[in-house]
Every structure is written in structure tokens, then in C-alpha cells.
Design a binder for this molecule. Structure first.
Ligand code: ADP
Ligand code: MG
Length: 706
């Protein structure tokens, strides 16, 4: 037992100390359900409740019947069969029919208990044997009116495992343990942690009652209120912790100050900006300006749908850094993207006194040496690179800004390494490749500040997306041909799934030959890009497509992220059913970047499972990345969404960021309000809450350190 502030914390007891458990069962509970302590058992959520006061009739039994309770008279019983088939069989009769009860174990004992003509209440799971309904090993008790009145209505059923079931710890039997536990507990063992004002405002159930009612609710309404309270608590605590982190950074972190908009920024803005910025781009730049001028370190997530124009925002902020005497870096996940950014940016800056260089894994030794030297002495203002930038040999004179593009390929730890490259950590701007649903952003990235570009540049024609079966591939090829005749270009993308890499490559090569047959040289030229090529080959092939030397790009998803060829108007995705939604959306975002009407054709086999069908349907229905991200979250659940952190941030026991959005929003609001009013949780009203948060430090809410 462990002592907290003079009281014995009963919930800290090891589970073997609970009456009826003991060391052997405890071992199993630990192994199978991660239940180590009383507290773990208390937090085990029943997956449903059964109504034990409801008495069914034999007549109502149908093949779908699950657990039932019958009240009836025993009309006969006896042992039949031999050796291993030996069993006790009894018949129980109610006003509507007869049901068989069967025991294979404990026969002698049970036989002694049974009495002909006695009224019993029988409970168990119905099974069918030779067409006849029966209950094996039912629970029996002699019926009496008083007993019925004393019964708690709803009995919990817990998640269990085969192993536990075989040791008498099935979903219902675990209920005996929780019952024992709940009887031991008093209000002081589960004290309230939420401030009274919030309990009042939201009409939440007190904590003690919520936990007891989660297990043994008197009625379904009370259960619902208990669950709501606990879900709210989970979200609220998580939001509060995120909020505290964010706030601490705002208050205590030190950041370099970009105090002025200088000459280079202004010259670029007035003379070299290739287009008018959208309202959203302007707003986001203002938000970032405010951050970087505040003296605190910026840690901001920039979200924008594909094609929303994040690059120009990045560039303008970089110029801001340079004007203020700082160096900047832009990190991209692939060489292709790095090249593209470098060419794009150095083209835009060519008449300005900005020294831009590129550093990747394939930078030649001599050049690399020079770049490293000049980054250190400050000659280079701005470097674009892959994660080669993270290496220890890369040192800056005064790095003031680090921008990470298409963030989902970078880990959090990698990002942290960027910070260490300057005495005062640089401002960090992370640009996401795919919109993140609001609920996910709130939970997984709640400690970052967020900016959203929610507007596409003008004159974009929406991309027309269609789904076609592979059987009509030749028509699709004809369509591509017609587009090429108009001067446009096309992508044809093949899936590359790690588990079947070899097969996928064969598939890609076959596809390539197939495309070649439709588009023979020298009338047409085809580029191919995939992960097995050297970076040089890949870059050359990509470059040829960009300059329109090739009209068709055949490739895997290595082209997925960020590649920008405005003249391309067709995106064909082979085996589209194998791709996830966000990936499909990313791929589609490669077209529709110029002023021409663009098309996305999703090719699939004819056998589609429901999820795949749903994905293709959504793709055809909308171009809105945020809508797609929401749907993706719904279909796959938060654990699988790319770019989410594998941290405790999403480990909710009860609440779901998909189904319980409403509670998440409320929790967010409440947490923000509370931190605005009492940033240090110093008031007496928030004392319990503060203590509780401190007790969680280093752990994820509610969960075992696993
Ligand atoms: P993403 O947000 O996907 O990185 P990009 O920055 O690559 O998008 O921009 C997509 C395309 O839109 C580029 O060709 C870019 O030059 C163009 N673009 C960006 N902003 C604007 C704007 N305000 N007006 C017109 N075109 C723009
Ligand atoms: Mg981009």
C-alpha cells in the first residue's frame, strides 16, 4: 500500500489483495487485461450491461437470442451419458414452454441442490443443441419476490479473454470483483477533482458516483450521465495539460525577435511576388509576424489543403528572418521536393541579395564542405535541405527560423534536433501536407499554435474526380491521349505497399510497359520515378516531366508530396482501392494547379470492400481536404492517421475523438477558460485539480505506464 498525505490509498493496492482474487487470478488479470491494482480494476470499463430484473419467456427464444433469464419450475433432472459425455440435464418449464439446462462440471454438487417443483430464476447464454435451445452452466437461484426487489437492475459485463474465461473470469464474473471493490470504496477514495463551477455549469455527476455508476448503474440514464462525466474528465484533463504546455511556452520560452519588416521583404513583396496573396495567406503571415515579434519562441503548425499556397508563406517568413539578421532553413522530406523548393525559391529571389543554398544527401563532398563552412560563418542566409540538415556537422551562425515542410514524414524527435542548432531555439513553423481534422489537431497537436489557410488561390478550376473499373483502362488511355494533344501532361500512379514491395514493383514495371504500348516513342515520352532509383535518376526524370520533355509520369507515391507541375491536368491512380483517403487526396492535389480543367481518375478492380467503396465515393464527392480528413478519421480511427504522434495524447480510455466530438469541444473551451482565469491553478477552487495534474506528471491520463 502506498500512503498519500496521511491517508491509505486503497486504490493503490495490488489486485491480488482483493477478496476472491488471490495470486493466481491476479497473474492472469495482469497478463490479460493489464490490471495490476485496485485502481486499474476500477477503471476497467464494462462494455455493456444486462438487465437482470427482466424475465424472459421460453417462447421468445429465437436463434439470435443471447443471454436470457427465465423463471420456471424444474420438472425433471438426471445424469445421462458416460465418461466425458457425462452430464447433468434438467428441464425447466414456464407458462410458455420448456428449456433444457446442462452441466458438465460440478454435477454431484448441483444435483443435490436441485428440487423438483421448485421455482427458480435461471440466467445464462442460450445455445442450440440439435435444434433445441439450452443453457449450459446457468446461474440458478431459488426465486422469491423479496430477492427480485433487492436486485440491482443492471449488471456489468466486462471485456475478457478466452484465457480468463477458462479460469472462471468471463465478462460477467469479473463483475464479482468490481462489486467487491465498489463495496470497499467510499467517497474519500475517489475524491472530486473538477472545480465546483464546472460541475455546476455542465451538471456533471460527482466523480465517486460516476465511477460507481459506470459499473453498477441503477438505470440506463444514470449510466449515461456517469459515462458523460468520465468522458468529459478525460478530455478536460488532456486539454488542460496541453493548454499548460502551450501557456508555459508562451510565458517562459525565449525566442529571437524579428522586430522589423525590412528592405528585402519589402522589395520582394513589391517587385517579385508572382501573384496577389489570398486573404488567408495574408492572415497567416500576420499571425506568424505577431509570434516572431513577441520575444517568445514560435512553435506553430501551418495547415492548408494541397495547393493552398504554403510555400510562398514560408518564403516570406524566411525573408523576414533574413531582414532581421538571422539565418533560416527549410527542410523537406524528399530530394525531389527539396530540389523543387530550391529551384522555385532561388528563381524568385534571383534579383535580391539573398544567398540561398541546397544541402541533401547527394550534395558532393567539396560543395558540402563549402556549405557547412558558410553556414557557420553566416555567408549563407538560407538553406533548403532534406534531413541531411539535422546532422551534427551542420552548424549555423545564428539560425532564427526553421521551417519543416510536409511534416508527417518527420518525427517529433527529429524536429527537436533543429532546436538545438542555436543558443536561443529558432522559431519553428511546421507545414502539414494534409489537413488534420480539428478534433485530432486539438488532441494530438494541442500544445502547438495553429494557423489555417482555408482558401485556395483564385481561378482554380475544381478537379473532376471519377471512379472507373480497370476493364475500361483503354478508354482512360484514350482520354489521356486527348489531353496530351491539347498540350497537357498526365500522372499515372501505382501503389507501393511495403509488405508486398516486390510484387508492387513488378506491377509498376508491367504498368509502365503497358503505358508505353499506348504511348510509343518518339511521339510520346514517359518519365518513371520510384523509390529504387538513385536520387539523381529520380531527380532527372522528375525534371524532364517538369520541363514538359516527357508528357507522362509513371510512378509510385514517391511523387506524392508537394510536387508542383502546373501543366499536368490528369492524375490516374491505379489500384486506387489500395490507397488511404489522405494519400488519394494528396495525389489528386498534384493536378489542378494551373488554370486548366483537371481530372483525377481512380482505377480499381471490380471487387471492393465497403471501406474502399466508401473512400472512392468520398473522393468523387468532394475536393475539400478538411472534409476528407474528417472522413478518414471516421473510417480509420485516430490511431492510424498519418502524422499523429504516437504519444499518450490519443490514449483515451472511454472517450473517442470521433464519437464524442461534442464533449471534446466543451472540454477544450472549459480548459481554456480555466487557464485564462487562473493560469497557475493557484486558486483554492482549483487546488484538487492541480494536485491531480501533478500526480499525473509523466504519465498519460488514466493509463498504466506501459
Ligand atoms: P502547397 O500548399 O500544397 O504547398 P504550393 O505552395 O505548392 O501549395 O502552391 C500551389 C500553387 O499555387 C503553386 O503553383 C503556387 O505558385 C500557386 N499559388 C500560391 N499562392 C497563390 C496565390 N495567392 N495566387 C495564385 N497562385 C498561387
Ligand atoms: Mg507544399
Amino acid at each position: 500500500m502506498c500512503r498519500i498525505k496521511g491517508t491509505v490509498d486503497i486504490l493503490a493496492n495490488p489486485i491480488e489483495y482483493l477478496k476472491g482474487v488471490g495470486p493466481q487470478r491476479a497473474d492472469l488479470l495482469k497478463k490479460e487485461l493489464n490490471i495490476f491494482t485496485f485502481k486499474d480494476l476500477l477503471e476497467l470499463v464494462p462494455y455493456r450491461h444486462i438487465d437482470k430484473t427482466r424475465v424472459n419467456q421460453v417462447r421468445d427464444i429465437v436463434p439470435q437470442t443471447d443471454f436470457i433469464q427465465i423463471k420456471g419450475v424444474i420438472t425433471s433432472f438426471g445424469i445421462i451419458g458416460e465418461k466425458r459425455a457425462k452430464r447433468l440435464v434438467a428441464e425447466i418449464k414456464d407458462a410458455t414452454g420448456t428449456l433444457e439446462l446442462v452441466w458438465f462440471q460440478g454435477i454431484t454438487y448441483i444435483q443435490k441442490m436441485l428440487a423438483l417443483g421448485q421455482v427458480y430464476l435461471v440466467y445464462g447464454k442460450v445455445s442450440f443443441f440439435q435444434g433445441q435451445p439450452q443453457i449450459t452452466h446457468p446461474e440458478m437461484e431459488v426465486w422469491s419476490r423479496e430477492k427480485m426487489e433487492g436486485k440491482s437492475t443492471l449488471e456489468p459485463v466486462y471485456p475478457s479473454t478466452e484465457k480468463l474465461k477458462s479460469r472462471g473470469m468471463g465478462g460477467r464474473q469479473i463483475g464479482h470483483f468490481t462489486e467487491t471493490l465498489i463495496k470497499l470504496l467510499q467517497e474519500k477514495n475517489i475524491p472530486e477533482i473538477l472545480p465546483e463551477s464546472i460541475l455546476q455549469l455542465l451538471q456533471l455527476m460527482p466523480r465517486f458516483k460516476a465511477f460507481t455508476s459506470m459499473h453498477f448503474p441503477p438505470d440506463p440514464e444514470t449510466w449515461q450521465k456517469a459515462i458523460d462525466r468520465l468522458k468529459f474528465e478525460e478530455f478536460f484533463i488532456a486539454q488542460l495539460r496541453m493548454g499548460l504546455l502551450r501557456q508555459q511556452r508562451h510565458r517562459y520560452s525565449k525566442g529571437v525577435v524579428f522586430s522589423q519588416v525590412g528592405d528585402i521583404f519589402n522589395r520582394f513583396y513589391e517587385n517579385h511576388l508572382p501573384f496577389e496573396l489570398t486573404g488567408a495567406q495574408k492572415r497567416v503571415i500576420k499571425e506568424i509576424r505577431r509570434d516572431t515579434g513577441s520575444g517568445k519562441q514560435m512553435n506553430r503548425l501551418l495547415q492548408g489543403d494541397v495547393g493552398s499556397g504554403k510555400t510562398i508563406v514560408a518564403l516570406l517568413i524566411l525573408l523576414l528572418a533574413i531582414d532581421n539578421g538571422y539565418q533560416g532553413c527549410l527542410m523537406a522530406p524528399t530530394e525531389i521536393l527539396t530540389n523543387q523548393h530550391f529551384n522555385n525559391i532561388s528563381g524568385l529571389l534571383k534579383e535580391l541579395p539573398v544567398n540561398v543554398r541546397m544541402l541533401t544527401g547527394s550534395t558532393k563532398t567539396r560543395e558540402r564542405k563549402e556549405i557547412l563552412q558558410q553556414l557557420e560563418d553566416g555567408t549563407i542566409h538560407f538553406v533548403v535541405g532534406t534531413h541531411a540538415l539535422l546532422e551534427d556537422t551542420v552548424k549555423f551562425k545564428n539560425l532564427g527560423l526553421a521551417i519543416v515542410d510536409e511534416q508527417h514524414r518527420f518525427g517529433v524527435a527529429q524536429r527537436a534536433r533543429l532546436w538545438q542548432k542555436a543558443a536561443i531555439p529558432p522559431h519553428v513553423l511546421v507545414m502539414t501536407a494534409t489537413p488534420i481534422p480539428r478534433t485530432l489537431a486539438m488532441t494530438a497537436y494541442g500544445d502547438l499554435d495553429t494557423s489555417i489557410i482555408d482558401e485556395l488561390p483564385p481561378n482554380r478550376k475544381p478537379i473532376l474526380t471519377v471512379h472507373r473499373y480497370e476493364t475500361v483502362r483503354s478508354q482512360v488511355m484514350d482520354f489521356i491521349k486527348a489531353e496530351i494533344v491539347k498540350g497537357r501532361q498526365a500522372y499515372i500512379i501505382f501503389p507501393l505497399i511495403e509488405e508486398s514491395e516486390k510484387l508492387d514493383y513488378e506491377n509498376l514495371m508491367k504498368g509502365y510497359e503497358n503505358v508505353q504500348a499506348y504511348f510509343p516513342e518518339p511521339r510520346y515520352w514517359i518519365s518513371m520515378v520510384h523509390g529504387r532509383q538513385t536520387p539523381e535518376v529520380r531527380t532527372t526524370n522528375m525534371q524532364r516531366f517538369k520541363t514538359n520533355d516527357t508528357q507522362i509520369m509513371v510512378g509510385t507515391t514517391v511523387i506524392e508530396v508537394g510536387v508542383d507541375v502546373p501543366n499536368a491536368s490528369v492524375m490516374v491512380i491505379e489500384n486506387a482501392e489500395k490507397f488511404g483517403l489522405s494519400q488519394l487526396h494528396q495525389l489528386r492535389g498534384r493536378v489542378g494547379r494551373g488554370a486548366e480543367k483537371s481530372f483525377c481518375i481512380l482505377l480499381s478492380g471490380s471487387k471492393l470492400n465497403n471501406d474502399a467503396r466508401e473512400r472512392l465515393k468520398i473522393m468523387c464527392a468532394t475536393n475539400d481536404g478538411f472534409k476528407i480528413a474528417e472522413k478518414d478519421l471516421e473510417l480509420r480511427g485516430p490511431g492510424d492517421i498519418e502524422g499523429t504522434r504516437q504519444s499518450g495524447a490519443l490514449n483515451f480510455k472511454l472517450a473517442s475523438i470521433v464519437q464524442d466530438k461534442k464533449w471534446l469541444e466543451i472540454a477544450r473551451e472549459m480548459a481554456e477558460r480555466l487557464l485564462d482565469d487562473d493560469p497557475d491553478l493557484a486558486s483554492a477552487a482549483n487546488l484538487q485539480l492541480k494536485n491531480y495534474l501533478q500526480s499525473l506528471t509523466g504519465k498519460t491520463a488514466w493509463s498504466k505506464i506501459s
